[in-house]
Design a binder for this molecule. Structure first.
Ligand code: F0G
Length: 403
């Protein structure tokens, strides 16, 4: 193993060997985290600074594999960081430009590499759609059979099309994401031949943490004041916070940004827990929001998400579907970046945070735009469109009449 990695439960302190495949703590059930021995990251800091190649694997010094591991990759990561036209200091990390058009690919290249290394031939996930699309593509690339469990009825069309295209077995579960995840966890506990690709898999987190390294490099070796991102099952906020903390641990950054997680009002158990200063999660039974990617009431990584927000002196807040839609339209029509609804929650959250004084105007803030707009073409029905159908001979008149 690429040295000195172990599995840690951040809740009860249990430690284990990552060579033994485990997703959750055998003592308390918390999703496990990969940690490195003291000094290990500092020792390899130079390799991170002088990384070769692009994307996720540029940071292989901070990934838990030997250097000669057989990678399953589609060139994920290296996504653009655009300056937003909407506010000074605001930058947009465009994760929709990953191979399957969401940030999930960062985690998937690492986790499917691990699955291959362990000889797995069948992989599985529960998903609101993007994880399913990513699993489908990477499993195809690795020559594995994939099974994706999705809520019946609420999966965006583009995401489903991807899972179909890549040949996954698609199982629509009656219920929501939370029920699908519960069942998939039961399934993998009963069938050790099934490799789990949800973000409770610690290798997913290792891949997703590289967004922090990339932002740090894109900002010339510095970190922003804050990062704003949508939160559903809460793997990504845990991962990005881990990445920034590792930069500090390695001596590459002096401090880490405040992490501001954003949930949709109808699916906001973490925002409630944060606002109430609670130490336990009160799950939401029937989560609702038009941002279907984050329609989640019982986030698996809730404890790590609260830790990220609290340790970083950030926050977890909620925004209405109305605010999400407004932000989605503005991103498309002012910044020229088309994102799916969940991703627009990042900009909606930025606006809310400014209004509530959590962020000051002009601060350096990175909003993580997690998925491409083409994932969910039906959402555009609410934008209002400017279209007409004309006879060919009427074209000149039509365009000269319109301004
Ligand atoms: N944005 C998008 C576009 C997503 O697809 C997700 C999660 C999130 C944000 C939230 O990330 O769960 O790590 O807090 N989608 C998962 C899926 C649940 O199944 O595709 P998170």
């Amino acid at each position: 193993m690429n040295g000195e990695a172990s599995l840690l439960c951040v809740n009860c302190g249990w430690r284990g060997d990552p060579e033994e495949l485990r997703y959750t703590c055998p003592r308390c059930g918390e999703p496990l985290t990969i940690v490195y021995e003291e000094d290990y990251l500092a020792e390899r800091a130079r390799e991170l600074r002088e990384g070769r190649g692009r994307g996720v694997w540029r940071y292989s010094a901070f990934l838990p594999f030997p250097d000669d591991v057989r990678r399953v990759t589609l060139d994920e990561g290296s996504t653009p960081l655009h300056e937003s036209k909407q506010a000074r200091g605001l930058r947009l990390k465009n994760e929709g430009l990953n191979p399957t058009a969401s940030f999930k690919d960062r985690g998937m290249t690492v986790a499917v590499t691990d699955a291959l290394r362990r000889g797995a031939s069948r992989v599985v996930c529960a998903s609101t759609g993007n994880t399913a699309a990513s699993v489908a593509a990477y499993a195809a690339r690795a020559g594995m059979r994939s099974y994706v469990l999705v809520p019946s009825g609420a999966v965006a069309r583009g995401k489903l099309a991807q899972a179909v295209a890549h040949g996954s077995k698609i199982v629509k579960i009656r219920g929501g994401f939370d029920e699908a995840l519960r069942e998939v966890l039961r399934l993998v506990s009963e069938d050790s031949g099934l490799y789990l690709l949800n973000s409770v898999n610690p290798y997913r987190i290792e891949g997703q943490k590289t967004l922090a390294f990339e932002v740090w490099e894109q900002l010339g070796g510095s970190v922003p004041d804050a990062v704003v991102l949508p939160v559903g099952n809460a793997g990504n906020i845990s991962a990005i916070w881990k990445g920034f903390r590792e930069l500090v641990e390695a001596g590459l950054a002096r401090s880490a940004p405040r992490m501001i997680g954003v949930q949709a009002e109808g699916a906001a158990p973490l925002a409630r827990a944060f606002e109430g200063g609670l130490s336990e999660l009160r799950p939401v039974d029937s989560p609702q929001t038009y941002a279907t990617a984050i329609r989640i009431g019982r986030p698996a990584s809730w404890r790590r998400a609260l830790m990220a927000a609290r340790e970083s002196r950030g926050a977890i807040i909620s925004v209405s579907d109305q605010e999400i839609l407004r932000a989605q339209i503005d991103l498309a029509r002012v910044d020229g970046v088309f994102v799916e609804p969940a991703s627009a929650a990042a900009l909606a959250g930025y606006r809310r945070a400014i209004a509530e004084g959590l962020l000051d105007p002009g601060e350096s803030v990175v909003a993580v735009l997690t998925g491409h707009g083409l994932k969910d073409p039906d959402a555009v029905a609410m934008f209002g469109s400017d279209e007409v159908e004309v006879e060919p001979r009427d074209l000149t008149r039509e365009l000269s009449a319109s301004t």
